[in-house]
Structure formats: C-alpha cells, structure tokens
Design a binder for this molecule. Structure first.
Ligand code: IMP
Ligand code: MG
Length: 184
C-alpha cells in the first residue's frame, strides 16, 4: 500500500518520537490534576489516540465522538455533523479532545462548543497534524504533532474513502488514486 503514496511526509519513527514527547507535555500540563477524560474523534484519531494515551502516565478515562465533516471525497462539507455523541458524564472533568488533523478548524470548533455545554472543568485540544494555511475559523490547539503543507494526506488513522488508515506513516496519496470531485 505504501506504493500508493507519492511521498512520505512523516515516517513511522518520527511519529513514534513525537507522540512520546506530546505524551510528556500533556502529562506536565495536567500535573495538578488527578485524572483526565480523553475524547477521541473517530475514526481519524483512532491510531494516534491509541499510541498517545500509552505515553500519558496518569489515570485517563476514554470516550469517542463521531463527527462527519467529509463525504467520500476530499472536499469538506461546511458544517460538521455530530453523528455519535459521548457516553461519559463530563461535568467537572478535565477534557482532552484528540483529533487526527486540524484543517479548516470547523470540526474542532464544533466539538469544543458541544463539549463546553456539558460543563467540564477544562477543555483542551490535541491534533496530530495541522494545516495552518487552511484555517478558516479562529481556534487555538493546545497540542500539535506536526505542521504540514496543504496537501491531502493519508495513513496513521487518516483516510481516503475509509482506506489507508492502517499505513504506519503519513504520506500524500498519488493524485490518480484520488477520485474526481464529482464522485461523492
Ligand atoms: P476541519 O473541520 O476542516 O478542520 O477538518 C478536520 C477533519 O477533516 C479531520 O478530522 C479529517 O478527518 C479530515 N481531513 C482534513 N484534511 C485531511 C487530509 O489531508 N487527509 C485526510 N483527512 C483529512
Ligand atoms: Mg477526522
């Protein structure tokens, strides 16, 4: 499957090293807190979350949220839709939202606003990747793994039409493998 990539932007080893550092940064940020609640935005954040939580040396509760901001295509729909809500009670809890990539920022903003309504003690946001050039709304992530150029990437949780999530690295999908924009 690696052959389907035009180029590799982040290698498996770079991912491992960065995730370890992020884990310690998060641990330090929550030094005075007994427990945090991690909310993974699935499916994209699956792999990142699995690796990251193993680097956070403190009690962690986990829940997932499913947000749809993409169709079977690389163009985002404007307003992200929450299609599966949380099971845990977040009132008074320290919440860390984890996503795969911060792109336009619409998903991040929508999820943060939704979580805030549940009266948590604090809300922070971590994304493995960020495409700063694409930001459309004013959101400030607390933890970012890598800043990448404005290219469509797959691997380590990120997909194209639900495929390539299992790649151990992050890379740019060869253009001829991306369906034409009319294919939705
Ligand atoms: P935003 O709402 O525009 O910030 O988009 C965030 C979501 O879009 C992410 O959680 C991803 O699911 C998806 N996304 C954005 N860029 C990419 C990409 O390059 N590859 C795969 N998914 C992406
Ligand atoms: Mg996603």
């Amino acid at each position: 499957m690696i052959e389907d990539l035009e180029s590799i932007l982040v290698t498996e080893q770079e991912l491992r090293e960065r995730v370890e550092v992020l884990g310690s940064e998060i641990r330090e940020t929550y030094a005075d807190v007994d427990e945090i609640t991690v909310i993974a935005i699935i499916n994209g954040a699956l792999l990142f979350t699995a690796d990251l939580i193993r680097q956070i040396d403190m009690p962690v509760r986990i829940d997932c949220m499913r947000v749809s901001s993409y169709r079977n295509d690389i163009d985002p729909v404007q307003e992200p839709e929450i299609i599966d809500m949380l099971r845990l009670d977040l009132e008074g809890q320290h919440v860390l939202i984890i996503d795969d990539i911060l792109d336009t920022g619409h998903t991040c903003l929508r999820v943060i606003n939704e979580i805030k309504r549940l009266k948590p003690a604090s809300v922070r946001f971590a994304a493995l990747l960020e495409k700063e050039a694409r930001r459309e709304v004013d959101v400030k992530p607390d933890f970012i793994g890598f800043n990448i150029p404005d290219q469509f990437v797959v691997g380590y949780g990120l997909d194209f039409a639900e495929r390539y999530r299992q790649l151990p690295c992050i890379g740019v999908l060869r253009p001829e493998l991306q369906n034409p924009p009319s294919w939705i």
